[in-house]
Design a protein around this ligand. Sequence first.
Ligand SMILES: [Ca+2]
Ligand SMILES: [Ca+2]
Length: 380
Amino acid sequence: MISMRNLSILAAFIVVVACGNGGTADAAPARGDGFATTEVAKFDSPWAMTFLPDNRLLVTEMSGALRLYDPARKITGAVSGVPKVAHAGQGGFGDVVLHPQYATNKLVYISYVEAGDGGRGSAVARARLVLDASGGGALEGLEVIWRQVPKKGGNGHFGQRIAFDRDGMLWISSSERQEFDPAQDMSANLGKIVRLKDDGSVPADNPFAARGGVSAQIWTLGHRNILGLAFDANGQIWAHEMGPKGGDELNRIEKGANYGYPIVSNGDHYDGKPIPDHHTRPEFRAPVVTWNPVISPAGFIIYGGDLFPAWKGNGFIGGLSSMSLVRIAFDGDRAREAQRFEMRRRIREVEQGPDGAIWLLEDGRSGGKGWLLKLTPEAG
Ligand SMILES: [Ca+2]
Ligand SMILES: [Ca+2]
């Protein structure tokens, strides 16, 4: 099924081709971006990746496979022990991150969509990664530490990005399952950003801890579909959000705040129904950046490497419908889009490599394959 978002992009593409009249749509990739792009390896509908301390890469594939890629030997191994994944639409295997003390405890955290009573929902599990000599490994002792509540029908807006902060807290983006109102419902953990201890228990200083139940997990509410979380050098968490038509957002995430969806948005519903803009309801936290037209943000790093010194502290956001990589410049509590690189592919995931290179995963089209891309400084 083609989403409204893809249809509008397709329409825009057709307009470009129709008006190009001799090749502008097929022009060579823009030069002078400051990096060279290398196609490294292909994966089946890859969704997320993370580096191991030995420079190998764990890559998730939406169908439920966990791959281990070795850039030095250019070989891809398999990691067994992934739980059964419900793969349909936007749902499937999601994120993979390492515990901050992975070097000693070997704990890996994964997110994925599972089926159950009421439909489907994301789950987060942790397991020990046991590597073998053949270039693969296994997840052992897997335990589910979190679930979306309640499960819903449909196959959209799971979110399921996960990230650890420098204090060892686990953050999860839990999207509203395309049902709008759960984002404001404190008896659901949908449309929220959740903060947990590394074992899935609730920290006592969460803003709604005293309410108990799933409310206690919630750090912020009023979100739509979040596919990117990142921490800046001060430890501040930022999240981008796939908004409705004309309403993609970058938000500074503040304890207990309500970001307003679906009551307010600077965009409007894809069926044309208007949504009041943020300025009409100042009690809701407004985005720091709004995109119209949308970029369809997916994947997010705040760069801390040395290979691109001019970009230290900048954010990099992948763009699905915009087929781009978006560079964000931060200035304290403010942020702006500083640059947009036309990648001519749907970008699903962004990661910083051990040597400071920027790595991307191309979104796999249905039945197709997605490239793992490495960005390095342009020669000369
Ligand atoms: Ca990642
Ligand atoms: Ca609006």
